[in-house]
Write a protein that binds this ligand. Structure first.
Ligand code: FAD
Length: 365
């Protein structure tokens, strides 16, 4: 079983930034734990994103606990820089990550949790689910009705414009992915963008913003827009409806680059996408920038609510002692699924995972 036997104190499922950050805290507490991750290499979740992706958070906010991000603090690292940083982080702190382990089932037996993967089992008294919020791409059902001649894929499969065939591209969804992919593909292809932005951060993103404005945005995202405030709960509802503001690429940048805006895509007719106003679009490519849905189908439903979602408060399961969640959208604050937010939440959770008797300080008696 990949070298781990007996009952662990804690297992962390998912070895992205969230899993590594909480791993760092558990290691400093001297706990016996393991991080299980399905990818072959630490950092792969970032490596698999599109080639030109740069973070919208400046390097000064991208470090995990104990290791500042090694770059100009006002620069915006590339996705490969992040992947390399995460891999180096796990090595530097000797975090016990087992790669190539996809947990297919998680359930509770008496006072311990069991994770199963391809015939192997891991047992632990506590489990942290840190599998990210971008595991399961969301694409409308009518995508299957588009003609096979149309090249189509989700933003999570987009790498660069070479994946597209000749002819117009329809980008569906005007969130940050739709805006960034749209502005890239419009350099080589006639591009239509369906959807409306849910607002825009009203400043030009870049070094000056990193110095003067993003500190305020970070403060709001960490401390004001939280589930403890009425305005934060309103923001959480908006995020659940997939309405996050545009950060770097704004609608006026897209218009200036030649992107044509069209109404919502409502369905498919004769193999072509149809807009809400009834227009049929003769496009050759469709990129679905339609976000992600939660997928906890591998977790025993008894550990989840009736809708198959975590029943938790700030990542602590409400009626399953020992079960924790980290890195989900708005788990506690607007930035809970980002680097700075998941690190803060990791520190909070690390203080709530029950300490095993062997690590409790000796009593004075
Ligand atoms: P992930 O990085 O997704 O890691 C989860 C890990 O769990 C993966 O390695 C996965 O393979 C593994 N896993 C999943 N299921 C299982 C299972 N059943 N068994 C075992 N392993 C499993 N945030 C920022 O702070 N700044 C940015 O600029 C930024 N840009 C982003 C751009 C894009 C396009 C996206 C999608 C997100 C961006 N984010 C950004 C948000 C966030 O920081 C990233 O999504 C980040 O990867 C989340 O880290 P994580 O550890 O929570 O999840």
């Amino acid at each position: 079983n990949k070298g781990v036997t007996g009952t662990l104190d804690t297992m962390i499922i998912g070895g992205g930034q969230a899993g590594l950050a909480i791993g760092h805290y558990l290691k400093s507490q001297g706990r016996k734990f393991v991080v299980l991750d399905e990818n072959p290499r630490i950092g792969d979740a970032w490596r698999q994103r599109w080639d030109t992706l740069r973070l919208f958070t400046p390097a000064k906010y991208d470090g995990l606990p104990g290791a500042p991000f090694p770059a100009d603090p006002l620069s915006f690292p590339s996705k490969d820089d992040v992947a390399a940083y995460l891999e180096g982080y796990a090595a530097r702190f000797e975090l016990p990550v087992l790669n190539g382990v996809r947990v297919q089932r998680l359930w509770r037996e008496a006072d311990r949790f069991i994770a199963a993967s391809n015939g192997h089992r891991w047992e632990a008294r506590n489990v942290v689910v840190a599998t990210g919020s971008s595991q399961s791409p969301k694409v409308p059902g009518f995508a299957a009705e588009l003609a096979p001649a149309i090249v189509q894929f989700h933003s999570s499969e987009y790498r660069n414009p070479a994946q597209l065939q000749e002819g117009p591209v329809l980008v569906v969804g005007l969130g940050n992915s739709g805006a960034e992919i749209g502005i890239e593909v419009c350099r080589t292809h006639q591009t239509l963008l369906a959807g409306k932005p849910a607002g825009e951060i009203p400043v030009r993103h870049g070094r000056t913003a990193a110095r003067f404005v993003l500190p305020l945005v970070r403060f709001l995202g960490l401390h004001v827009l939280t589930l403890s405030t009425p305005i934060g709960r309103k923001a959480a509802a908006a995020v659940k409806a997939h309405a996050a503001p545009l950060i770097r690429t704004k609608s006026k940048d897209l218009a200036a680059a030649g992107v044509r805006f069209v109404p919502r895509v409502a369905g498919a007719e004769n193999g072509l996408p149809v807009l809400a106003d009834g227009t049929r679009l003769e496009v050759s490519n469709v990129i679905w920038c339609t976000g992600f849905k939660d997928d906890f189908s591998w977790i025993d439903p008894a550990l989840l609510d009736d809708g198959g979602l975590p029943r938790q408060e700030r990542g602590v399961a409400l009626d399953s002692p020992g079960l924790f969640f980290l890195g989900q959208e708005f788990m506690y604050a607007a930035v809970s699924a980002t680097l700075p937010g998941s690190c803060r939440d990791a520190r909070y959770l690390a203080g709530r995972i029950p300490v095993p008797v062997s690590l409790e300080p000796a009593s004075a008696a």
